[in-house]
Write a protein that binds this ligand. Structure first.
Ligand code: URA
Length: 253
C-alpha cells in the first residue's frame, strides 16, 4: 500500500473515532510516519520463496537489484521509514566496507555508538570485531563489508523485533546481491536465524556451515557475547580458523 493511501485511511479512522468518542483519543496524539510497503522486493524475501532460492539466485537477474548501485541502495536505506525504529534513531547505519568483498560480516543492529556515527561496529564490540577479523587476515578497509540485520538502533539496545527485521531484510538481501561476497560470517543468533530462516542454537551450532543462495555462511559468537564471557573466545577462535580455511579454499579455486 502507498504511504498516501495509508495516511488517508488513518485520517478517516481518526475522524470517525473522534466523532464516536466526542474527543480525540491519546493514541491519536502525534502523527505516525507512513511509508510505501513495496519499495523494494527481492526474490527470497519470504520463507516460501527462500525454499526456491537456489533456482532463483543461480543467475544474476538485473531486476533483483532494480539496477541499483551499492551507493544508490544505501541512499535509499538512509531515507527509510518502514518501521518504528525510524522515529528513535539518530542515524541510519547502512553498512561499510569494500564493494566486492571476500566476506560479508552481518551483525544484529546498531548500538549507541553506531547510531551516533552512522557506521557499523564502531563501539567496544566493533573494536573486538576488528581484532577478530584481523586475526584471519580480514578488514573492512580491504576485503570485508560489514552490515546488520536492522539498519537503525533498537531503543535501549533491545533485540530487533521480528517485524523490524522483516521490514529491513530486503535491504540486506539487496546488499548481498550487489556485493556478491564469497562467504558470510554471522555474528550471533539473530543474524544467523534471519539469514537461514531456521531456529539456531548458537552454543550448539556456532562454527557450522550453512548456505545463503549458494554462499557459505557460518555463525559464530557475537563480539558482545565475548566481552561478557571470556570463555567463549577460544571456541570463537576455532570458528574463525575454520572459516578462514574455507575462504582460502574458495579463493584458491
Ligand atoms: N552490534 C551489532 O550487532 N552491530 C553493530 O553495528 C554494533 C554492535
Amino acid at each position: 500500500m502507498k504511504a498516501e493511501d495509508k495516511k488517508i485511511i488513518y485520517t478517516l479512522l481518526k475522524t470517525a473515532d473522534a466523532y464516536e468518542c466526542g474527543y480525540t483519543r491519546e493514541k491519536f496524539a502525534g502523527e505516525p510516519v507512513f511509508a510505501n510497503d513495496t519499495e523494494l522486493s527481492f526474490p527470497g524475501s519470504t520463507r516460501e520463496s527462500r525454499q526456491n532460492r537456489d533456482v532463483e539466485m543461480s543467475g544474476s537477474s538485473p531486476n533483483m537489484t532494480q539496477g541499483l548501485s551499492l551507493d544508490e541502495l544505501n541512499a535509499k536505506i538512509l531515507r527509510c521509514t518502514r518501521c518504528g525504529l525510524a522515529r528513535t534513531r539518530n542515524n541510519v547505519v547502512p553498512g561499510m566496507g569494500v564493494e566486492h568483498p571476500d566476506v560479508l560480516v552481518i551483525g544484529e543492529g546498531p548500538g549507541h555508538d553506531e547510531d551516533m556515527q552512522g557506521l557499523p561496529f564502531v563501539g567496544k564490540a566493533g573494536v573486538l570485531l576488528d581484532r577478530m577479523l584481523a586475526a584471519i587476515g580480514l578488514d573492512r578497509k580491504s576485503n570485508c563489508y560489514i552490515a546488520n540485520i536492522v539498519k537503525c538502533r533498537p531503543p535501549e539496545n533491545r533485540n530487533p523485533m521480528p517485524d523490524e527485521q522483516a521490514a529491513c531484510f530486503s535491504f540486506l538481501e539487496a546488499q548481498i546481491h550487489i556485493l556478491k561476497p564469497k562467504m558470510i560470517l554471522c555474528m550471533g543468533k539473530i543474524a544467523i536465524e534471519k539469514i537461514t530462516g531456521q531456529n539456531i542454537s548458537i552454543n550448539a551450532q556456532h562454527g557450522e556451515f550453512f548456505e545463503y543462495n549458494g554462499i557459505p555462511v557460518m555463525p559464530t559468537y557475537h563480539p558482545s557475547a565475548l566481552l561478557r564471557n571470556e570463555e567463549l573466545k577460544r571456541p570463537a577462535w576455532e570458528d574463525l580458523k575454520k572459516f578462514k580455511r574455507r575462504l582460502d579454499a574458495i579463493k584458491a579455486n
